[in-house]
Write a protein that binds this ligand. Structure first.
Ligand code: MN
Length: 250
């Protein structure tokens, strides 16, 4: 039984000690998907992780940053061939980002279309107030024929969660979700075999400090009690989900 931790959505390159954190995750055997927010960040993230077994860099263009960085979509395209993990990408229709929503939709549609054409990608997707649009795009572009999608920090309705589950999406759940009644109701609905854990560090805090990948232990404690399993059993399920995801695409 493999009981390594899984942090399926973390921004390691936003910490001051980026390089040592990568080494730390690898050494502690924490399966970490380190997402990027702009394509310009990819080459360094890729170079530092490509030989590693546990830390996976993802090629992203964050929906909250499209106004400043939409011109980097060309760079994103340029790096697509060497990236197996794609993120952070997605849509954000919250009030602070609604002005760029049309641009976000164009970029997200393009990204999903290109992944669909290429195949063999795992996408970690932001879907704030835009779950229906995210799922519509995935369906329209037939993304899941040859790729996998992980909905990160899902905040949609139970009906939207059911739709995503039926489509074959995965969910990376974090401490804020496991600390709210709505999040817990969602997690109870989601089959264990499509659940992963994440910190979304440094954007989530624990005791006043940005969470680091080993803080997924806090999620595991809460998930274990929700699932009525030991923490070892919970870790084994999460790691097996992450391994399966990676091995199921080519
Ligand atoms: Mn994020």
């Amino acid at each position: 039984m493999h009981t390594s931790l899984v942090d399926y959505h973390c921004h390691l390159d936003l910490y001051p000690d980026f390089e040592s954190l990568i080494k730390d995750c690898e050494q502690k055997q924490i399966y970490t998907v380190t997402v990027t927010t702009t394509p310009r960040a990819w080459p360094r993230n890729h170079a530092l992780t490509k030989q590693l077994s546990y830390v996976k860099a993802a090629l992203g263009l964050h929906p909250q940053l499209v106004t400043q960085y939409s011109a980097e979509l060309r760079l994103w395209e340029q790096y697509l061939l060497e990236a197996k993990f794609i993120g952070e990408i997605g849509l954000d229709a919250g009030p602070a980002y609604y002005a760029s929503f049309d641009l976000q939709k164009n970029i997200f549609e393009y990204i999903v279309k290109r992944c669909s054409e290429m195949g063999g990608k795992i996408l970690t997707i932001h879907s704030v107030r835009a779950v229906a649009q995210v799922l519509d795009t995935i369906e329209k572009q037939q993304l899941l024929k040859r790729n996998k999608a992980v909905l990160h920090w899902f905040t949609g309705s139970l009906a939207e969660a059911r739709r995503a589950i039926d489509m074959g999406c995965y969910f990376s759940v974090n401490l804020p979700m496991l600390s709210s009644n709505k999040g817990i109701e969602l997690i109870k609905l989601i089959p264990k075999q499509v659940v992963l854990t994440e910190t979304d560090g440094p954007f989530t805090m624990n005791n006043g400090k940005p969470q680091k990948p080993d803080n997924v232990e806090l999620c595991i404690a809460k998930l274990s009690s929700l699932w009525r399993l030991s923490s070892q059993q919970t870790k084994a399920i999460l790691f097996s989900n992450a391994s399966y995801l990676e091995s199921s695409i080519h």
